[in-house]
Design a protein around this ligand. Structure first.
Ligand SMILES: [Zn+2]
Length: 167
């Protein structure tokens, strides 16, 4: 499988292409994870075919590989992430904000992997209830708080889909 030329950057797709097959042999993964890995491995490679980008003004053209458009692909979702962040910035109030991370014990990850919807629902519900309760407490803020909760299924260092948390 051909990979596009890049300058000294290692991406999740590179890691999956190099180690994905061996990892899948040693670990049983849910179908959704297998599909995401496959999409990310193929993203912007010859495996998905290509197209020609052509400038309307100068007629310069270049060949590009097609994107996987998988919602788990960090490359495909980087633009969507930037748009989402810009939209959230417009909602910010002139107030103090805190960044908090809630997580589940690492030992629960195998259960979470096969019961993702249930675990995510519990995590979001219990996490937001806990933060709201702390906010209402006069010893802390004594007021209702607003929360933007996001699920991280990868560590900030992209070190794997293990710490399920909301931030
Ligand atoms: Zn992609």
């Amino acid at each position: 499988m051909n990979t596009p030329h890049r300058l000294n950057t290692i991406e999740v797709g590179d890691i999956f292409r190099q180690y994905g097959a061996a990892y899948r042999k040693r670990h049983k993964l849910p179908l959704q994870s297998l599909k995401a890995m496959s999409a990310i491995e193929s993203c912007r490679t010859a495996a998905l075919g290509g197209h020609v980008d052509k400038c309307d003004r100068c007629n310069h053209s270049r060949n590009s590989y097609n994107s996987c458009r998988n919602r788990h692909c960090p490359k495909c979702q980087s633009l969507a992430k930037e748009r989402w962040l810009e939209a959230r910035k417009k909602e910010l109030l002139p107030a103090s904000y805190l960044h908090g991370v809630l997580t589940i014990p690492y030992e629960l990850n195998p259960i979470a992997l096969i019961n993702q919807k249930e675990i995510y629902d519990i995590l979001f519900k219990s996490g937001t209830e806990t933060l709201r309760e702390l906010g209402f407490d006069p010893k802390h803020l004594g007021a209702e708080i607003g929360i933007i909760a996001i699920l991280h299924t990868w560590g900030a260092e992209l070190n794997g889909p293990s710490p399920f948390c909301i931030a």
